[in-house]
Design a protein around this ligand. Structure first.
Ligand SMILES: Cc1ncc(COP(=O)(O)O)c(C=O)c1O
Length: 430
């Protein structure tokens, strides 16, 4: 098999995500044969550093031996079982561990099977909580420039026009407030407070991506906004949903981003790194208060009847447990400090490039914007192509180049990742 054989068959049958399929007439579609550590290898033997952790999911490298062993052990024991009326050990163990690791007060865990479905669960639970308590609050607050997924509920509360605009007639109601990543923290908080003052009576929850608006071009903001926003939400009887789907599991320098704000959200959504990039799984953690609003005799009609066929899949749970084992045994958060210091150092040289602005970093995520081009010029694609030709999978968001590699990246690989990006961007200087 060669790249061409796979590619041609692929394009005959498959419709890829987040793609204009016609682009594949000129853009390379890359068939990956195998992965090892931070490296992906195609059928022609070309190798690429996965600088985007395959859409921000991979933590400990591809084909990680410890995670592989967990999959193999679980698959011979129990591959899947219905999760209503039944349970299994990997799910129970995982739930207990996540409750212990997440901020105090998050005591109950609901399983789903991907990031967007976790967002749907959290929004529905919040709305339903208030309904069970006797008030109808159908509105959700979110930040401008936010992204929470692509299913209709998740898309409704996001604010990236590229994904949302087309579907506006069929979305649920949401209101966007100023993002602390794009205006001053004070201005963002004033806008939130004014919105709450005006509309809190019909708002069930506010949803945020703590510290980094990832799909919104890796825009970063300070934890103090989160602390203050949580206090405002509490004052106005509105839930706070922390969408840690992209930032959870160490990306921002702490295991969970909310830790830096010292808050306990009413709901915390986790996915992506939860399984180290192996399998689709997500969870929503919440409080006893929320749980108790649903806990009553069935005849009262207050149950949360949401479900997905693959809820709490045992293999995915076993993998998530293996991921937590690695966090426990390898002092990952501490070791990442040296890696994020190297990232900071590597970023320095970009300051000298006249077409680079807004260089930023939060933990294991670094980014900058390429300036001086119209969006229609799609210069991100030049960087993408140059990266692939030189062995690095960089996948800019518009004109934002970012780095979010697996934590197992070594010094030389890190250097190659930044060297390649530097050359790619330097070549764009007019
Ligand atoms: C912050 C955030 N929330 C939700 C999602 C949606 O997750 P999924 O793609 O698994 O549906 C994403 C995906 O990128 C995300 O970054």
């Amino acid at each position: 098999l060669t790249n061409d054989v796979i590619k041609n068959e692929d394009l005959e049958y498959i419709w890829h995500p987040c793609s204009q399929m016609k682009d594949y007439e000129t853009l390379p579609l890359i068939p990956i044969k195998q992965g090892k550590g931070v490296w992906l290898e195609d059928f022609d033997g070309n190798r690429y550093i996965d600088a985007v952790s395959s859409w921000w999911v991979n933590l400990f490298g591809h084909a990680n031996p410890r995670i592989n062993a967990a999959v193999k052990a679980q698959v011979d024991t129990l591959e899947h079982v219905i999760f209503a009326g039944f349970t299994h050990e990997p799910a129970v163990r995982l739930a207990k561990r996540l409750v212990a690791l997440t901020p105090e007060g998050l005591t109950k865990l609901f399983f789903a099977d991907n990031g967007s479905s976790a967002i749907e669960v959290a929004i529905k639970m919040s709305f339903h909580y208030f309904k069970n308590r006797g008030s109808l609050k159908p509105l959700v607050i979110s930040l401008e420039n936010s992204y929470h997924g692509e299913t209709l509920g998740a898309l409704s509360v996001g604010d990236v026009a590229l994904y949302k605009e087309t579907y506006k007639e069929i979305l649920i109601r949401s209101v966007q407030v100023k993002s602390p990543a794009l205006v001053s923290e004070d201005a963002a908080l004033s806008d939130l407070e004014a919105t709450l003052k005006r509309q809190a009576h019909e708002v069930c929850c506010m949803i945020i991506e703590p510290l980094i608006q990832c799909a919104g071009n890796m825009q970063m903001y300070s934890p103090s906004y989160i602390t203050k926003a949580k206090a405002l939400c509490e004052a106005y009887n509105v839930h706070l949903i922390a969408d840690e789907i992209a930032v959870g599991f160490g990306r921002t320098g702490t295991l969970f981003a909310c830790e830096q704000a010292g808050i306990t959200p009413d709901f915390m959504c986790l996915s992506k790194g939860l399984t180290g990039g192996y399998l689709p799984l997500s969870v929503v953690l919440t409080s006893d208060d929320v749980y108790n609003a649903f806990y009553c005799d069935y005849s009262e009609g207050k149950s949360f009847l949401h479900s997905h066929s693959y809820t709490g899949n045992p293999i995915a749970c076993a993998v998530a447990n293996a991921v937590l084992d690695i966090f426990e045994s390898d002092d990952v958060i501490e070791n990442n400090r040296a890696k994020s210091a190297q990232m900071a150092k590597e970023l320095e040289r970009f300051k000298a490039l006249e077409n680079v602005e807004n260089i930023r970093q939060c933990g294991m995520v670094a980014a900058f914007d390429i300036s001086g081009y119209e969006p229609s010029e799609r210069v991100g694609l030049n960087v993408y192509r140059y990266g692939l030709d030189n062995g690095v999978l960089l996948r800019p968001l518009g004109h934002t180049v970012y780095f979010m590699p697996p934590y197992t990246i070594n010094e030389a690989e890190m250097k190659k990742m930044f060297d390649t990006a530097y050359e790619a961007v330097k070549r764009l200087v007019r």
